[in-house]
Ligand binder design. Structure first.
Ligand SMILES: [Zn+2]
Length: 71
């Protein structure tokens, strides 16, 4: 398998337990931070570059970036 080709195939990881209702996600593409609702029911896109940061799962969202904080 050739490496180095990563397009759209981003892995989304579901948030397991968050003490807060809102979290900060760091965009993997442009490193900007975005605040989102943990149980958001729609896709969250980066407000800067438009990358898909989180997808709804019915419960807590699954995110592609890194959680950098809770609010
Ligand atoms: Zn971005």
């Amino acid at each position: 398998m050739p490496e180095g080709e990563q397009k759209e195939e981003r892995k989304f990881v579901k948030i397991r337990n968050s003490k807060s209702s809102f979290i900060k996600i760091k965009c993997p593409d442009c490193s900007s931070e975005q605040v989102t609702f943990v149980k958001a029911s729609s896709v969250v896109n980066c407000s800067v570059c438009g990358a898909k940061l989180a997808i709804p799962t019915g419960g807590n969202i699954a995110i592609a970036g890194e959680v950098t904080g809770e609010i």
